[in-house]
Design a protein. Structure first.
Length: 307
């Protein structure tokens, strides 16, 4: 007798095996989806609170350049960045697909600070604005650790004025009424009207509060989303303070300077050099990485270094 029936006494049929294989395959796919989406158990002993590996994304949508439904405007997504690669790997394919589904023409710029000064988010955004080219007509100042979960969020051309996507009633952490950080859209004309952002903010925080004053000083009105009912679950915040510390140190005169309005600096005096410019794809999603060397006048802002 053939060996297979000996392992399965009685009348043998292949149907139960086929059904069992289907059930095992379905269970495996379900486990993968739950574990990488954050809804299931933490895989592999990974600590809770740390960013999970992103699920393998579906093939990104390709913008149809000659398709009228995509509209005439093109967004430069400016992402200040330093040494947060696990967040970048999740961010680029997610945002490319999110914007493509909304038919937003866009290009993602990763503004990678590679000098030895403290992190300067505002200066990086100024550099990204200057290097983004003439084929984009509006920008999104976008944190790499903030992913929009609600498909009704508006990333379209903010003709009426700055549009704060991550508004205080939706952002998972910051809820004060003058907050304009996280994700902010502006036309390039409006950003130039504000003279960009101040270059005096080295280390973490306060640069967006100063920019709010610039917006008001330029006679512009900040608009925010309406009709969004998902509250503080509108975004996924990838940052975990337990394992990635922020540079919140205040050195010497920086403690007083952080509350002042910079009435002279901005786009007009940002000092930098582009070390390299690389076009690449992350899980099929296109982006441009700018390796940026910022410069600091230690007489003007001695707090740009820890020394």
């Amino acid at each position: 007798a053939p060996p297979l029936p000996r392992l399965f006494p009685g009348r043998f049929s292949a149907f139960p095996l086929f059904l069992l294989a289907l059930l095992l395959g379905f269970a495996s796919l379900l486990w993968l989806q739950l574990s990488c989406s954050g809804e299931g158990p933490v895989p592999g002993g990974q600590e809770r609170g740390a960013p999970r590996q992103p699920c393998p994304p579906p093939a990104p949508l390709q913008p149809a350049e000659d398709e009228p439904s995509w509209g005439p405007h093109r967004l430069a997504l400016l992402v200040p960045f330093r040494e947060r690669f696990e967040e970048l790997l999740a961010f680029v394919p997610y945002m490319h697909r999110f914007l493509s589904k909304k038919r937003i023409r866009h290009h993602i710029f990763i503004l990678n600070q590679v000098d030895h000064f403290r992190f300067n988010r505002a200066s990086l955004i100024n550099v990204g604005f200057l290097e983004s080219g003439n084929d984009t007509d509006y920008i999104a100042m976008h944190d790499v650790d903030l992913l929009p979960l609600n498909e009704h969020l508006d990333y379209s051309f903010p003709e009426a004025g700055p549009f704060h996507v991550a508004s205080p009633e939706l952002h998972p952490l910051y809820h004060y009424k003058t907050y304009v950080g996280g994700i902010l859209l502006l036309t390039k004309q409006h950003y130039e009207l504000c003279n960009g952002m101040s270059n005096r903010f080295w280390g973490w925080g306060r640069e967006d509060d100063e920019f709010y004053r610039r917006i008001k000083g330029a006679g512009l009105q900040v608009r925010r989303p309406s009709g969004i009912t998902t509250g503080y679950e509108t975004f996924q915040h990838l940052h975990d303070p337990a394992w990635r510390k922020r540079d919140q140190k205040r050195i010497a005169a920086q403690k007083q300077e952080q509350f002042k309005v910079d009435r002279e600096g901005g786009l007009n005096n940002v000092r930098y050099r582009i070390e390299s410019r690389t076009d690449l794809r992350v899980a099929g999603a296109p982006c441009t990485v700018l390796n940026i060397l910022l410069d600091c006048d230690t007489n003007e802002t001695p707090w740009c270094t820890f020394g």
